[in-house]
Design a protein around this ligand. Structure first.
Ligand code: ADP
Ligand code: MG
Length: 325
């Protein structure tokens, strides 16, 4: 297949370009295996967006379809308002992407690798090489061979390779893969700073926690289907709040609360209680818990509300997380 293959599709209705990525009914099959199944994706500009799902969910395939590296079987898509594949070249001039792992020539230096890539881009790209290397903090190692680079440095070089095109949109496939905790932390900061510059960063990940920490909005994908998408804060609305209570005599504390109309699920834990409350629980309810316990003669050492993480929310909506597809 070549990059110029055209998907048989109607043209998108005139788009105002307000979405960084817009897909409708996008599908990609491998034989009977549906890797991308009727995906409707709306990614706002200027945010970090996580495409989150377990291994085999179809994340890389979606990215490859978006970039025209493989052909969709059905559906329409646009990048930065450009319908693709029809206007793929115009769109990709504004996009930087890393698919799977960034691949470089190991016997060449970081700088030489970027020079090769710049040669295939617009003339201005060459002039951005040093600034891009500096931006990802590997300028100091720019003249070392890439074979000497750690995984973290290769990921950084991958981002630098994106930046030589001064992209509006970066698409990073599993950018945290192979990074140690410090490397993940740096990558997260880098992504946030790219967003602070007004760019849009789309990243795929199977690491729920990383997506929650890094991204403003998310689509959760499982077996090619998007289960939910939206701002992380909205996805969390409607999930539960756990009130952790460290106290004396947890068993008696539990029966005291069971006699109230708090309507909560109460688990006894070592040294206290975990009380599951609706997400919209007010502070007054928490005060009421404290009052019931203290007037009942229970010593309360700590009372802490914990919002359910996206991870526990995800586990609620699909119990198959991490299962092989
Ligand atoms: N080139 C290919 N040929 C056949 N099957 C593929 C190919 N690429 C991916 N798949 C299958 O498509 C599904 C989605 O894969 P992939 O997009 O790589 O998932 P993810 O990136 O979420 O781990 C998997 O079942 C995978 O085996
Ligand atoms: Mg993948």
């Amino acid at each position: 297949m070549t990059a110029t293959d055209v998907v048989a599709e109607p043209d998108l209705p005139a788009s105002d370009g307000s979405w960084a990525v817009e897909t409708r009914g996008l599908a990609k099959r491998f034989g009977s295996n549906v890797a991308v199944n009727g995906v409707d994706l709306l990614i706002p500009r200027g945010c970090a967006f996580g495409y989150l799902g377990p291994n085999g969910a179809g994340k890389t395939t979606l990215i490859r379809v978006l970039l025209g590296l493989t052909r969709a079987d059905a559906g329409t898509m646009s990048l930065l308002g450009y319908s693709v594949p029809r206007h793929r070249d115009k769109a990709l001039a504004r996009v930087g992407a890393i698919v799977d792992e960034p691949r470089f020539h190991g016997h060449l230096t970081g700088r030489q690798n970027l020079q090769l890539l710049a040669a295939a881009r617009e003339p201005a790209a060459r002039g951005r090489i040093d600034a891009s290397l500096d931006r990802v903090e590997i300028l100091r190692r720019a003249d070392d061979r890439v074979s000497k680079y750690s995984m973290g440095m290769r990921q950084r070089l991958g981002v630098a390779a994106c930046l030589i095109g001064d992209p509006e949109l970066l698409i990073l496939d599993e950018p945290m893969n192979g990074l140690d905790p410090a490397g993940m932390h740096d990558m997260r900061d880098m992504i946030r700073s790219l967003v602070a510059e007004g760019r849009t960063v789309v990243l795929s990940s199977h690491l729920l926690d990383e997506v929650q920490r890094t991204c403003d909005a998310v689509a959760i994908v499982d077996r090619g289907n998007i289960i939910r998408q939206g701002p992380i804060s909205e996805l969390l609305a409607g999930t539960s709040l756990t009130l952790q209570v460290d106290c004396s005599d947890p068993d008696r504390a539990r029966s005291l609360l069971a006699g109230t109309n708090l309507g909560a699920a109460i688990d006894v834990e070592a040294g206290g209680l975990a009380i599951t409350l609706p997400a919209d629980t007010t502070r007054d309810v928490i005060a009421e818990v404290a009052r019931v316990l203290v007037t009942g003669g229970i010593a309360v050492y700590r009372l802490q509300p914990v919002q359910a993480s996206l991870e526990s929310w995800f586990l609620q909506v699909t119990s198959r997380l991490g299962d092989p597809a």
